[in-house]
Structures are given as structure tokens and as C-alpha cells.
Design a protein around this ligand. Structure first.
Ligand SMILES: Nc1ncnc2c1ncn2[C@@H]1O[C@H](COP(=O)(O)OP(=O)(O)OP(=O)(O)O)[C@@H](O)[C@H]1O
Length: 229
């Protein structure tokens, strides 16, 4: 399986943020997207997740097992194979942590029981907060609830090998950052792939990097992607 981005352009409010981006990310690989505020990191993740339409180019998940049984030739729609944890968390403050997870599981296409949601929350040490409305949680606790979507697959039949993470360590304490790094390493070891936008180290040895911030074309460089000349 590989994520193939071909001549991708992204425009926001009339501004061309990403121009002619071509790269491939294989299963087991992580790509860390960097760049100054406003460079287009969140825009790129939202585009990969299918929430924004590209201005040009294509995004394909090639060689995905999930489509092998459908005749082989078809690429999987990436939006159906990805989990996006955006920088705004996407939680409903009036719902409890467990209810938010039940809702997230339904959105990912796999109904979860409150008990399964609580078990998933326990992975991030949040089981004791399962019945608390998210509006009463701290910023770091909310972030951990949002990240719990990534481990739903351990409890319900969700098969989403592509993790799209926007500032995933934001508001996390050191222990939660290490928990997340561990989960990401496990995901990569299992053949999953990760695209993460961040200003901070993620604890992923060998991750490739893409730096946004120029309207010039990008090209594949030996140790990451650099701006075109
Ligand atoms: N909903 C929106 N409507 C119009 N323009 C937007 C919207 N969201 C973001 N933008 C604009 O798109 C540009 C890129 O924003 P984006 O959030 O992708 O940047 P970023 O690299 O993720 O920044 P940061 O590091 O601050 O999170 C910015 O100029 C921003 O003003």
C-alpha cells in the first residue's frame, strides 16, 4: 500500500498554498509536515482527508488490501481509509468522553458500545473520565480523547491504515507524548502510514519531512522534500 500524491495544488481563500506537490508515502512510513503558521499544513491534511477539494492533481491510495477483493484495479478512496485528528479536536463538548468515542466510531463506520469506548479511552489512561462531558475536561485531556480515535480499531472493526494528525502533541504532557509516540511506532510497524503536521518533535526516528512555506514547486530530495529552485 502507498499513498501517491501527484502534482497536487491546494488553494485557500484565493491563495495558492501548495503548488505541484508530488510524493509517495509507503506503508510503514511517516511524513512530518513542517512550516510556519499559515503555510498550509492543516490545509494539506484536510485535503488528504477529503474535506477540501484540491485545486489540481490527484491523491490515491494504491495497492490497498481493502480494494483487492473488488477486482483489483480500483484505488481505495483515501477518505474511507484514513483517520483525521485535526487541531481543533472535533469533540462535542456536551457529550461525555465515551459518547464522543461512540460517535467517532459511527462516523468511521463501526458502531461501538459505551464499554468499547471506555476500553479505548483506557489506552490513554482516561477510563475514569469516560462519563464526564468533554466540556469539563482540560485541554490535554480533550486532546487525548481526540487521539483515542486512533485506537478504536483495537475494539471495533475499523480498518483505517492512514493516520492524518494535525499538531497531535499539542497540550499533551510528557507521558501522553510518549504514549502517542509508542502508538505511532506500533502503527508504522504494522504497515500503517502517518502524515503529521507539527512544530514539535514526535519521537519518530527516520520519519521523512516536507517543509511548506513557498509557492515554488516541490521535488523529492534524498532526505525529504525541499522547495524547488
Ligand atoms: N476556513 C478557512 N477559510 C479561508 N481561509 C482559511 C481557512 N482556514 C485557513 N485558511 C487560510 O489558509 C492558510 C493556511 O492555513 P493552514 O491552517 O493550512 O496553515 P498551517 O500551516 O496549518 O498553520 P498553523 O501552523 O498556524 O496551524 C492561512 O492563510 C489561513 O488564513
Amino acid at each position: 500500500m502507498k499513498l501517491a500524491i501527484d502534482h497536487l495544488s491546494c488553494r485557500r481563500a484565493g491563495r495558492l498554498l501548495i503548488d505541484d506537490l508530488t510524493l509517495t508515502i509507503a506503508g510503514g512510513e511517516a511524513l512530518v509536515v513542517k512550516g510556519p503558521n499559515g503555510a498550509g499544513k492543516s490545509t494539506l491534511l484536510a485535503t488528504l482527508a477529503g474535506r477540501l477539494k484540491p485545486a489540481g492533481g490527484t491523491i490515491r491510495l494504491v495497492g490497498d488490501d481493502a480494494t483487492a477483493g473488488r477486482g483489483g484495479e480500483e484505488d481505495a478512496p483515501l477518505a474511507e481509509r484514513a483517520v483525521l485528528v485535526g487541531h481543533r479536536d472535533g469533540l462535542k463538548v456536551a457529550l461525555t468522553a465515551a459518547e464522543n468515542l461512540v460517535f467517532a466510531a459511527a462516523m468511521l463506520g463501526a458502531p461501538a458500545t459505551p464499554a468499547e469506548a471506555a476500553a479505548a479511552l483506557d489506552v490513554f489512561g482516561l477510563a475514569h473520565l469516560a462519563d464526564i462531558p468533554v466540556g469539563y475536561l482540560s485541554a490535554g485531556q480533550r486532546r487525548r480523547v481526540a487521539l483515542t480515535r486512533l485506537v478504536l480499531a483495537r475494539f471495533v472493526p475499523v480498518d483505517r491504515p492512514v493516520w492524518l494528525l494535525d499538531e497531535p502533541t499539542s497540550a499533551l504532557d510528557a507521558a501522553a507524548q510518549e504514549d502517542l509516540a509508542h502508538l505511532m511506532r506500533q502503527h508504522l510497524a504494522g504497515g500503517g502510514l502517518i502524515v503529521a503536521a507539527t512544530h514539535l518533535p514526535l519521537g519518530l526516528e527516520g520519519a521523512r519531512s516536507l517543509t511548506l512555506g513557498s509557492q515554488a514547486g516541490y521535488h523529492d530530495a534524498a532526505d525529504g522534500w525541499e522547495f524547488g529552485a
